[in-house]
Write a protein that binds this ligand. Structure first.
Ligand SMILES: *[C@@H]1O[C@H](CO)[C@@H](O)[C@H](O)[C@H]1NC(C)=O
Ligand SMILES: *[C@@H]1O[C@H](CO)[C@@H](O)[C@H](O)[C@H]1NC(C)=O
Ligand SMILES: *[C@@H]1O[C@H](CO)[C@@H](O)[C@H](O)[C@H]1NC(C)=O
Length: 280
Protein backbone atom coordinates (compact mmCIF):
# COMPACT_ATOMS: atom_id res chain seq x y z
CA UNK A 1 0.00 0.00 0.00
CA UNK A 2 2.86 2.36 0.78
CA UNK A 3 4.13 1.86 -2.73
CA UNK A 4 0.70 2.54 -4.16
CA UNK A 5 0.40 5.75 -2.17
CA UNK A 6 3.80 7.09 -3.21
CA UNK A 7 3.02 6.21 -6.81
CA UNK A 8 -0.07 8.38 -6.65
CA UNK A 9 1.64 11.14 -4.71
CA UNK A 10 4.04 11.61 -7.59
CA UNK A 11 1.15 12.34 -9.83
CA UNK A 12 -0.65 14.41 -7.24
CA UNK A 13 2.27 16.82 -7.10
CA UNK A 14 2.43 17.24 -10.87
CA UNK A 15 -1.35 17.55 -10.90
CA UNK A 16 -1.14 20.42 -8.43
CA UNK A 17 1.44 22.22 -10.57
CA UNK A 18 -0.63 21.60 -13.64
CA UNK A 19 -3.69 23.01 -11.96
CA UNK A 20 -2.03 26.08 -10.55
CA UNK A 21 -0.40 26.88 -13.88
CA UNK A 22 -3.83 26.73 -15.48
CA UNK A 23 -5.05 29.45 -13.15
CA UNK A 24 -2.27 31.58 -14.56
CA UNK A 25 -3.07 30.56 -18.11
CA UNK A 26 -6.71 31.47 -17.71
CA UNK A 27 -5.71 35.12 -17.97
CA UNK A 28 -4.01 34.60 -21.32
CA UNK A 29 -5.77 34.82 -24.72
CA UNK A 30 -8.37 32.24 -25.72
CA UNK A 31 -7.18 28.84 -26.80
CA UNK A 32 -5.17 28.02 -23.73
CA UNK A 33 -7.67 28.54 -20.96
CA UNK A 34 -9.18 25.05 -21.22
CA UNK A 35 -5.87 23.33 -20.59
CA UNK A 36 -5.14 22.01 -17.16
CA UNK A 37 -8.68 22.29 -15.87
CA UNK A 38 -9.17 19.25 -13.64
CA UNK A 39 -11.75 16.77 -14.84
CA UNK A 40 -13.91 17.59 -11.82
CA UNK A 41 -14.73 20.83 -13.62
CA UNK A 42 -16.06 18.83 -16.60
CA UNK A 43 -17.81 16.18 -14.56
CA UNK A 44 -19.27 17.57 -11.38
CA UNK A 45 -20.75 15.40 -8.65
CA UNK A 46 -24.16 16.47 -9.83
CA UNK A 47 -23.52 15.29 -13.40
CA UNK A 48 -21.93 12.04 -12.16
CA UNK A 49 -24.98 11.29 -10.04
CA UNK A 50 -27.32 12.09 -12.94
CA UNK A 51 -25.35 9.75 -15.20
CA UNK A 52 -25.33 6.95 -12.61
CA UNK A 53 -28.88 7.50 -11.50
CA UNK A 54 -29.42 4.08 -9.92
CA UNK A 55 -25.95 2.91 -8.84
CA UNK A 56 -26.88 3.14 -5.15
CA UNK A 57 -30.27 1.45 -5.44
CA UNK A 58 -30.76 -1.44 -3.05
CA UNK A 59 -31.28 -3.57 -6.17
CA UNK A 60 -27.64 -2.97 -7.14
CA UNK A 61 -25.02 -5.28 -5.57
CA UNK A 62 -22.49 -2.42 -5.80
CA UNK A 63 -24.72 -0.08 -3.74
CA UNK A 64 -22.51 2.70 -2.28
CA UNK A 65 -19.32 1.16 -3.68
CA UNK A 66 -18.68 3.71 -6.45
CA UNK A 67 -18.80 7.25 -5.00
CA UNK A 68 -17.88 10.28 -7.10
CA UNK A 69 -14.90 11.13 -4.86
CA UNK A 70 -13.26 7.75 -5.53
CA UNK A 71 -13.51 8.37 -9.27
CA UNK A 72 -11.94 11.80 -8.97
CA UNK A 73 -9.22 10.52 -6.62
CA UNK A 74 -8.36 7.67 -9.01
CA UNK A 75 -8.28 10.03 -12.00
CA UNK A 76 -5.47 12.02 -10.36
CA UNK A 77 -3.18 9.05 -11.00
CA UNK A 78 -3.88 9.45 -14.74
CA UNK A 79 -3.45 13.17 -15.41
CA UNK A 80 -3.83 12.69 -19.18
CA UNK A 81 -7.32 11.26 -18.83
CA UNK A 82 -9.94 13.80 -19.90
CA UNK A 83 -7.38 16.55 -20.36
CA UNK A 84 -6.30 16.08 -24.01
CA UNK A 85 -7.56 18.36 -26.74
CA UNK A 86 -10.37 20.91 -26.67
CA UNK A 87 -13.37 20.80 -24.38
CA UNK A 88 -15.45 18.79 -26.86
CA UNK A 89 -12.77 16.12 -27.15
CA UNK A 90 -12.29 16.03 -23.41
CA UNK A 91 -15.99 15.72 -22.62
CA UNK A 92 -16.43 13.05 -25.32
CA UNK A 93 -13.55 10.97 -23.92
CA UNK A 94 -15.01 11.08 -20.42
CA UNK A 95 -18.48 10.21 -21.75
CA UNK A 96 -17.02 7.26 -23.70
CA UNK A 97 -15.15 5.96 -20.66
CA UNK A 98 -18.22 6.22 -18.43
CA UNK A 99 -20.35 4.53 -21.11
CA UNK A 100 -18.00 1.58 -21.43
CA UNK A 101 -17.77 1.01 -17.67
CA UNK A 102 -21.56 1.32 -17.51
CA UNK A 103 -22.09 -1.50 -19.94
CA UNK A 104 -19.53 -3.59 -18.09
CA UNK A 105 -21.42 -3.14 -14.80
CA UNK A 106 -24.95 -2.61 -16.06
CA UNK A 107 -28.00 -3.48 -14.04
CA UNK A 108 -30.37 -2.12 -16.69
CA UNK A 109 -33.11 -3.92 -18.60
CA UNK A 110 -35.33 -2.72 -21.45
CA UNK A 111 -38.19 -1.46 -19.25
CA UNK A 112 -36.05 -0.33 -16.29
CA UNK A 113 -37.02 2.88 -14.44
CA UNK A 114 -35.45 5.84 -16.31
CA UNK A 115 -34.54 3.48 -19.15
CA UNK A 116 -31.87 0.81 -19.58
CA UNK A 117 -29.04 3.34 -19.68
CA UNK A 118 -29.51 4.81 -16.20
CA UNK A 119 -28.16 1.68 -14.50
CA UNK A 120 -24.36 1.79 -14.87
CA UNK A 121 -22.03 0.87 -11.98
CA UNK A 122 -24.58 -1.54 -10.52
CA UNK A 123 -22.13 -4.45 -10.09
CA UNK A 124 -18.61 -4.68 -8.71
CA UNK A 125 -17.79 -8.26 -9.63
CA UNK A 126 -18.84 -10.83 -12.18
CA UNK A 127 -21.74 -12.87 -10.81
CA UNK A 128 -21.43 -16.30 -12.44
CA UNK A 129 -17.91 -16.54 -13.87
CA UNK A 130 -17.50 -19.39 -16.31
CA UNK A 131 -13.86 -19.90 -15.30
CA UNK A 132 -11.04 -18.42 -13.24
CA UNK A 133 -9.82 -16.56 -16.34
CA UNK A 134 -6.36 -18.03 -16.01
CA UNK A 135 -4.35 -18.14 -19.20
CA UNK A 136 -1.75 -20.64 -18.04
CA UNK A 137 0.23 -20.24 -21.26
CA UNK A 138 1.13 -16.75 -20.08
CA UNK A 139 4.41 -17.16 -18.21
CA UNK A 140 5.04 -13.46 -17.68
CA UNK A 141 1.99 -13.14 -15.41
CA UNK A 142 1.55 -16.60 -13.85
CA UNK A 143 -1.70 -17.32 -12.03
CA UNK A 144 -1.48 -17.72 -8.26
CA UNK A 145 -2.97 -21.03 -7.11
CA UNK A 146 -6.61 -20.79 -6.12
CA UNK A 147 -7.12 -17.21 -7.29
CA UNK A 148 -9.84 -16.08 -9.66
CA UNK A 149 -9.18 -13.42 -12.28
CA UNK A 150 -12.87 -12.91 -12.98
CA UNK A 151 -14.32 -9.52 -13.87
CA UNK A 152 -13.99 -6.94 -11.09
CA UNK A 153 -14.42 -3.19 -10.85
CA UNK A 154 -15.84 -0.66 -13.33
CA UNK A 155 -14.12 -2.12 -16.41
CA UNK A 156 -14.55 -5.70 -15.12
CA UNK A 157 -10.82 -6.33 -15.28
CA UNK A 158 -10.33 -9.99 -16.20
CA UNK A 159 -7.51 -12.49 -16.85
CA UNK A 160 -4.15 -12.89 -15.18
CA UNK A 161 -2.46 -11.01 -18.02
CA UNK A 162 -4.46 -7.90 -17.06
CA UNK A 163 -4.46 -8.26 -13.26
CA UNK A 164 -0.66 -8.68 -13.23
CA UNK A 165 0.32 -5.53 -15.12
CA UNK A 166 -2.53 -3.44 -13.66
CA UNK A 167 -1.38 -4.28 -10.13
CA UNK A 168 2.23 -3.60 -11.02
CA UNK A 169 1.37 -0.17 -12.41
CA UNK A 170 -0.85 0.70 -9.46
CA UNK A 171 1.27 -0.68 -6.62
CA UNK A 172 -0.40 -3.95 -5.56
CA UNK A 173 0.13 -7.62 -6.32
CA UNK A 174 -2.70 -8.24 -8.75
CA UNK A 175 -1.84 -11.92 -9.20
CA UNK A 176 -1.80 -12.76 -5.47
CA UNK A 177 -4.53 -10.30 -4.40
CA UNK A 178 -6.96 -9.85 -7.27
CA UNK A 179 -9.74 -9.20 -4.69
CA UNK A 180 -8.21 -5.79 -4.07
CA UNK A 181 -10.05 -4.62 -7.18
CA UNK A 182 -13.44 -5.20 -5.59
CA UNK A 183 -12.37 -4.27 -2.03
CA UNK A 184 -11.35 -0.68 -2.67
CA UNK A 185 -13.36 1.67 -4.86
CA UNK A 186 -10.33 3.88 -5.54
CA UNK A 187 -8.28 0.89 -6.72
CA UNK A 188 -11.29 -0.32 -8.68
CA UNK A 189 -11.55 2.97 -10.58
CA UNK A 190 -7.77 3.03 -11.05
CA UNK A 191 -7.82 -0.39 -12.76
CA UNK A 192 -10.49 0.86 -15.16
CA UNK A 193 -8.48 3.98 -15.94
CA UNK A 194 -5.29 1.92 -16.25
CA UNK A 195 -6.99 -0.24 -18.89
CA UNK A 196 -8.31 2.85 -20.68
CA UNK A 197 -4.95 4.64 -20.77
CA UNK A 198 -2.61 1.72 -21.47
CA UNK A 199 -1.73 0.52 -24.94
CA UNK A 200 -1.59 -3.28 -25.18
CA UNK A 201 -0.09 -4.06 -28.55
CA UNK A 202 -1.29 -4.55 -31.24
CA UNK A 203 -4.23 -2.58 -29.84
CA UNK A 204 -4.00 1.18 -29.35
CA UNK A 205 -5.13 2.63 -26.01
CA UNK A 206 -8.79 3.58 -25.70
CA UNK A 207 -7.56 7.04 -24.68
CA UNK A 208 -5.58 7.59 -27.88
CA UNK A 209 -8.55 6.50 -29.99
CA UNK A 210 -10.94 8.91 -28.28
CA UNK A 211 -8.60 11.90 -28.39
CA UNK A 212 -7.61 11.52 -32.06
CA UNK A 213 -4.10 10.16 -31.56
CA UNK A 214 -4.73 6.80 -33.17
CA UNK A 215 -2.93 6.13 -36.45
CA UNK A 216 -4.25 2.96 -38.13
CA UNK A 217 -1.80 0.60 -39.84
CA UNK A 218 -2.54 -0.93 -43.24
CA UNK A 219 -3.81 -4.03 -41.46
CA UNK A 220 -6.12 -1.86 -39.32
CA UNK A 221 -7.54 -0.16 -42.40
CA UNK A 222 -8.14 -3.54 -44.07
CA UNK A 223 -9.94 -4.65 -40.88
CA UNK A 224 -12.15 -1.49 -40.85
CA UNK A 225 -10.61 -0.48 -37.51
CA UNK A 226 -11.12 3.24 -37.87
CA UNK A 227 -11.32 5.65 -34.94
CA UNK A 228 -14.50 6.04 -32.96
CA UNK A 229 -16.41 4.60 -30.02
CA UNK A 230 -16.81 1.29 -31.89
CA UNK A 231 -13.05 0.83 -31.98
CA UNK A 232 -12.93 1.27 -28.20
CA UNK A 233 -15.50 -1.54 -27.93
CA UNK A 234 -13.24 -3.60 -30.17
CA UNK A 235 -10.28 -2.95 -27.85
CA UNK A 236 -12.31 -3.93 -24.79
CA UNK A 237 -14.15 -7.02 -26.02
CA UNK A 238 -13.93 -7.21 -29.80
CA UNK A 239 -13.14 -10.92 -29.91
CA UNK A 240 -16.64 -11.66 -28.64
CA UNK A 241 -18.65 -8.68 -29.89
CA UNK A 242 -17.25 -7.23 -33.12
CA UNK A 243 -17.85 -8.25 -36.71
CA UNK A 244 -21.43 -9.21 -35.81
CA UNK A 245 -24.09 -6.85 -37.20
CA UNK A 246 -26.46 -5.53 -34.50
CA UNK A 247 -24.92 -7.35 -31.54
CA UNK A 248 -26.97 -6.57 -28.42
CA UNK A 249 -23.91 -5.98 -26.24
CA UNK A 250 -22.44 -3.50 -28.72
CA UNK A 251 -25.79 -1.72 -28.96
CA UNK A 252 -25.97 -1.49 -25.15
CA UNK A 253 -22.56 0.23 -25.08
CA UNK A 254 -23.75 2.61 -27.82
CA UNK A 255 -26.98 3.35 -25.97
CA UNK A 256 -25.07 4.35 -22.86
CA UNK A 257 -22.71 6.52 -24.90
CA UNK A 258 -25.57 8.31 -26.65
CA UNK A 259 -27.26 9.13 -23.34
CA UNK A 260 -24.04 10.37 -21.77
CA UNK A 261 -22.90 12.37 -24.81
CA UNK A 262 -26.21 14.19 -24.62
CA UNK A 263 -25.71 14.92 -20.90
CA UNK A 264 -22.21 16.25 -21.69
CA UNK A 265 -23.65 18.22 -24.62
CA UNK A 266 -21.27 16.74 -27.22
CA UNK A 267 -21.83 14.69 -30.37
CA UNK A 268 -20.76 11.07 -30.35
CA UNK A 269 -18.46 11.22 -33.38
CA UNK A 270 -18.32 8.60 -36.18
CA UNK A 271 -18.06 4.79 -36.10
CA UNK A 272 -20.23 4.11 -33.08
CA UNK A 273 -20.39 0.35 -33.51
CA UNK A 274 -17.92 -2.34 -34.58
CA UNK A 275 -20.41 -4.37 -36.64
CA UNK A 276 -18.07 -4.50 -39.63
CA UNK A 277 -14.73 -4.45 -37.81
CA UNK A 278 -12.45 -7.42 -37.46
CA UNK A 279 -11.32 -8.03 -33.88
CA UNK A 280 -7.64 -8.04 -32.90
C1 LIG B 1 -11.98 20.16 -31.21
O1 LIG B 1 -10.91 19.43 -31.74
C2 LIG B 1 -11.28 18.56 -32.80
C3 LIG B 1 -10.09 17.67 -33.13
O2 LIG B 1 -8.90 18.39 -33.18
C4 LIG B 1 -11.76 19.40 -33.99
O3 LIG B 1 -12.13 18.55 -35.05
C5 LIG B 1 -12.96 20.19 -33.52
O4 LIG B 1 -13.40 21.04 -34.57
C6 LIG B 1 -12.63 21.02 -32.29
N1 LIG B 1 -13.87 21.57 -31.78
C7 LIG B 1 -13.97 22.83 -31.35
C8 LIG B 1 -15.30 23.23 -30.83
O5 LIG B 1 -13.03 23.60 -31.36
C1 LIG C 1 -11.00 -8.37 0.41
O1 LIG C 1 -12.15 -8.47 1.23
C2 LIG C 1 -12.44 -9.81 1.63
C3 LIG C 1 -13.78 -9.79 2.30
O2 LIG C 1 -13.85 -8.76 3.22
C4 LIG C 1 -11.31 -10.30 2.52
O3 LIG C 1 -11.55 -11.62 2.92
C5 LIG C 1 -10.01 -10.26 1.74
O4 LIG C 1 -8.93 -10.59 2.57
C6 LIG C 1 -9.79 -8.89 1.13
N1 LIG C 1 -8.68 -9.03 0.22
C7 LIG C 1 -7.73 -8.14 0.08
C8 LIG C 1 -6.66 -8.48 -0.91
O5 LIG C 1 -7.71 -7.10 0.71
C1 LIG D 1 -15.44 -3.66 -43.91
O1 LIG D 1 -16.71 -3.05 -44.01
C2 LIG D 1 -17.45 -3.37 -45.18
C3 LIG D 1 -18.82 -2.68 -45.10
O2 LIG D 1 -18.67 -1.34 -44.80
C4 LIG D 1 -17.67 -4.87 -45.31
O3 LIG D 1 -18.31 -5.16 -46.53
C5 LIG D 1 -16.32 -5.59 -45.22
O4 LIG D 1 -16.54 -6.98 -45.22
C6 LIG D 1 -15.58 -5.17 -43.97
N1 LIG D 1 -14.26 -5.80 -43.92
C7 LIG D 1 -13.88 -6.65 -42.95
C8 LIG D 1 -12.48 -7.15 -43.03
O5 LIG D 1 -14.62 -7.00 -42.04
Amino acid sequence: MAFSLSHCLTFLISFTFFFSSSIFLSFTPQGTQARGLPISSLITKQLFDTIFLHKDDSACPAKNFYPYDSFIQASRCFPKFGTAGNLTTRRREIAAFLAQISHETTGGWPTAPDGPFAWGLCFKEEVSPQSDYCDSSNTEWPCYPGKSYKGRGPIQLSWNFNYGPAGKALGFDGLRNPEMVSNSSVIAFKTALWFWMTEQKPKPSCHNVMVGRYVPTKADIAANRTAGFGLVTNIINGGLECGIPSDGRVNDRVGYFQRYAKLFNVDTGPNLDCDYQKSY
